[in-house]
Design a protein around this ligand. Structure first.
Ligand SMILES: [Zn+2]
Length: 301
């Protein structure tokens, strides 16, 4: 079975993760631009980060048979450094138009400050102008209010809900998000918050329409196999293969395929992988024998 993990920060994951993900059936990933655990102090760091998630990381994924896409945006946390935020805003239109960028994101609220609100609105306008989908990061604190407020603001700006994925939902937010016409994404965190047991119950209750599952794996405690593991549990608990296909593959493809950058033909039937390849003079191997072949069996080669 093929899976898409539409929210995973591979820049902070290892080559082992890529190998197990490919083995488990992950064919494509989306890497949202976010903060990096520690506040950045220069616009240049953002510039290099954006270049890195659409350059080296995209290459690294391809070397393990996985297609890699990204989103570009100024995250809510770092919107609070307004002098820096102004400079980052100038970079966004340039980077958003590059190959493999499927949305503006993760944007939205963290502490729901005035500055966060300002840069959230500016980025909604950018997405509208370039006709890109938006990935919304909903706050971990005061989630329900922050989620409602995010949708209110999107509507104030006339954003079409079918172009917006509201991420990090839970049982308290899902109903309103679906009722208002948005895609509802869920992050499966190991042992806490939105575990995969709870996810199965949500799919049983709400069905598979516009529901998307992701790992949001990053540098913190997280599981890059959250999507295939939840899929396995869904089947075990009596949900169908079609349910799994919708929530762990098709809905992400439909939502994030809307600007034409992510297409099933990018991976369908396998693409050629050659680990002899270099990216700006650098390779992923450290003396190992390079593997070559189709992406569909590169890991078993
Ligand atoms: Zn994230």
């Amino acid at each position: 079975m093929n899976f898409i993990d539409p929210h995973v920060h591979m820049i902070s994951r290892t080559t082992d993760d890529y190998e197990v993900m490919r083995k488990a059936g992950v064919v494509a990933v989306i890497e949202p631009a976010f903060w990096t655990g520690q506040p950045r102090t220069e616009a240049g760091t953002f510039k290099d980060y954006f270049s890195s998630i659409m350059g080296w990381e995209r290459f690294r994924a391809s070397q393990f048979g996985i297609r890699h896409y990204c989103t570009i945006g100024l995250n809510s946390k770092e919107s609070n450094n307004e002098a820096l935020a102004e400079q980052v805003m100038e970079l966004l239109p340039l980077f958003a138009m590059k190959e493999g960028v499927v949305a503006i994101g993760e944007i939205g609220y963290d502490d729901q400050t005035e500055a966060e609100d300002k840069y959230f609105r500016l980025q909604i306008e950018l997405a509208k102008e370039i006709e890109f989908p938006i990935m919304i990061h909903t706050p971990h604190r005061d989630k329900k209010r922050g989620t409602t407020r995010s949708m209110d603001v999107l509507e104030e700006h006339g954003m079409d809900p079918t172009m917006v994925v509201i991420d990090h939902n839970n049982e308290e937010t899902v109903r309103e998000v679906l009722d208002r016409g948005y895609w509802a994404a869920f992050t499966i965190y190991p042992n806490t918050k939105m575990g995969n047991e709870r996810m199965v119950e949500i799919v049983k209750e709400y069905g598979t329409d516009r529901i998307i599952i992701n790992s949001a794996a990053d540098w913190g405690v997280s599981d890059p196999l959250a999507v295939p593991k939840t899929a396995a549990l869904m089947l075990e608990r009596g949900l169908t293969e079609q349910d799994v296909r919708m929530t762990c593959y098709q809905n992400a493809l439909t939502a994030y395929g809307q600007n034409g950058e992510m297409k099933e033909s990018d991976w369908e039937g396998g693409f050629d992988v050659d680990q002899n390849q270099l990216f700006e003079g650098n390779r992923i191997l450290r003396g190992q024998t390079p593997k070559t072949g189709k992406s569909t069996n590169i890991i078993d080669n």
